[in-house]
Design a protein around this ligand. Structure first.
Ligand SMILES: [Zn+2]
Length: 174
């Protein structure tokens, strides 16, 4: 999902390696709420998956970073930083898709309400996320995720490519 958001927001006219680097950063950002650090991640799901906490942290990083990049006249800095924040926060939306049944509590510390947008074919892994059990269940789960997020990524690439092509044609004509 991070890579898909990156495709939508990254400056199109940069080199291939720079694009890959931006994608890697966006993938990292999209996984931040699950980062295994004290008082965060799966040990403190309430804090790490709070829309308020993540929104505040994202803003605390994004606003100074946007000003810094603008002062250095980096092209498309605002768009890039906004995209990064979106990739970060997309994690919360995606987690509500999974079939925990209970939904995701995102309102800490102001409320205990849960948001559940379950997509029935998304299942959660058995065992540790980095060392999942290797069985037919896990294989199927990965295939479904690859098909879904892979399609989304490919779709984003095609749409962005078409938009850029149209734009460059128009500027060439004008
Ligand atoms: Zn999560």
């Amino acid at each position: 999902m991070g890579a898909t958001v990156a495709v939508a927001f990254l400056p199109w006219k940069t080199g291939f390696l720079k694009k890959i680097a931006v994608m890697a950063v966006f993938v990292f950002l999209a996984n931040l709420p699950d980062a295994p650090v004290p008082w965060w991640g799966h040990t403190r799901y309430d804090i790490s998956h709070s829309i308020f906490v993540n929104g505040l942290l994202a803003a605390a990083v994004a606003v100074p970073l946007a000003f810094y990049l603008r002062s250095r006249r980096v092209a498309g800095a605002g768009t890039l930083v906004a995209g990064g924040a979106l990739a970060w926060l997309s994690h919360l939306l995606l987690d509500t898709f999974y079939n925990h049944g209970k939904g995701l509590a995102v309102f800490w510390p102001f409320g205990s309400g849960r948001v559940a947008l379950p997509v029935p074919w998304f299942k959660t892994l058995n065992g540790h996320p980095l060392l999942p059990q290797i069985d037919a269940y896990t294989a199927r789960l990965y295939l479904i995720e690859m098909a879904f997020y892979g399609t989304l990524f490919a779709l984003a690439l095609v749409i962005r490519w078409l938009i850029e092509r149209r734009f460059s044609r128009r500027t060439a004509a004008g």
